[in-house]
Design a protein around this ligand. Structure first.
Ligand SMILES: C[S@@+](CC[C@H](N)C(=O)[O-])C[C@H]1O[C@@H](n2cnc3c(N)ncnc32)[C@H](O)[C@@H]1O
Length: 205
């Protein structure tokens, strides 16, 4: 991912949108998630972090790409909002924010996390949340017609290998640690084409 961020024209990065996702805005504007200590895993260039910070959330954005985090910091400065950013692997140690957040969020991250890594990842999300903390996760659905239109593993035109999920497998992944509030397949915006994605909104058990 670092190579992509470091070499691609930012205007061409397929997921890198200038506005936060409508699904996130709806949660915030609808008051289902209220300003609190928040973490975004796989924050990319920080569009959602900047949005949440502008709404009074105290947000930390984490991404494995140093270039994405540099751009995210610049974006936050330019918008005049305060947020923390960290270059780190979301599968690594999260002890430094254990139990400290009331909202955790990932947008189009989970399809980069392969099935054998997912349990560790979800354990990390659970660990950063305090009691009753909320979690929104949105990733590509196996019914998404993009990138060849079928198969659980699909190679994209820019060379990334993604894993496409079903609602059933995500219910199985999340339900040991979270009470699922909403789980559905939705159309989400993309730079080049819309995608079908699985939307999961949950509460820590
Ligand atoms: C498709 S992009 C989405 C970025 C951002 N959420 C957005 O909507 O613009 C996925 C992001 O996850 C990051 N990522 C992938 N695997 C990661 C990992 N193991 N640890 C941290 N970040 C990771 C990538 O660097 C990339 O920025």
């Amino acid at each position: 991912m670092e190579t992509l961020y470091a070499t691609m024209n930012p205007e061409a990065i397929p997921w890198d949108m200038s506005e936060p996702p409508e699904a996130l805005v709806d949660l915030v504007e609808g008051g289902r998630v209220t300003p609190c200590r928040t973490v975004e895993f796989g924050c990319g260039t920080g569009t959602s972090v900047v949005y949440l910070a502008s709404k009074g959330f105290r947000v930390t954005g984490i991404d494995i790409s140093p270039t994405a985090i540099r751009i995210a910091r610049e974006k936050a400065d330019k918008k005049g909002v305060t947020a923390d950013f960290l270059v780190a692997d979301v599968l690594g140690d999260v002890g430094w924010i254990r139990n400290s957040c009331r909202f955790a969020y990932d947008w189009e991250l989970l399809h980069h996390i392969m099935p054998d890594e997912r349990e560790q990842y979800v354990a990390n999300v659970h660990a950063v949340l305090g009691p009753g903390g909320k979690y929104l996760s949105v990733c590509f659905s196996e019914s998404d017609p993009q990138f060849g239109g079928q198969g659980k593993y699909r190679r994209t035109p820019i060379g990334t290998l993604l894993y496409f999920s079903s609602e059933e497998e995500l219910a199985e992944l999340f339900s040991p640690r979270f009470t699922i509030i909403d789980l559905e397949t939705r159309t989400i915006a993309g730079r080049y084409a819309p995608h079908l994605a699985v939307y999961a909104f949950m509460e820590k058990r």
